[in-house]
Design a protein around this ligand. Sequence first.
Ligand SMILES: [Fe+2]
Length: 102
Amino acid sequence: MARAGLLHDLFFYDWRVTKFELGTHAFIHARVAVRNAEKLTPLSPMEKDIILKHMWGATTALPHYRESILVDFVDDYQAVVEFCQPWSQHVKRLLQQLTNAF
Ligand SMILES: [Fe+2]
């Protein structure tokens, strides 16, 4: 699970710039990551499943292993944290300004 967790986003392009004809980055990059990881090391079926299914929710292919679900949840959690962090820092600054005003 640790190996697949480290390899799950192994792609070497800027997703904001590179566009694919077969679909968006969200749907394509897991397959790209598996291909790149297989160039580095043999992958077990579980490792392949973890990498391929880590976008479950955005993609419809169901994870086969509990470990795949866990990596997907951790990846989703971290994405939400990274998305919300600038917003939460902005709110903290506003609250600090309000606190200082009184
Ligand atoms: Fe990813």
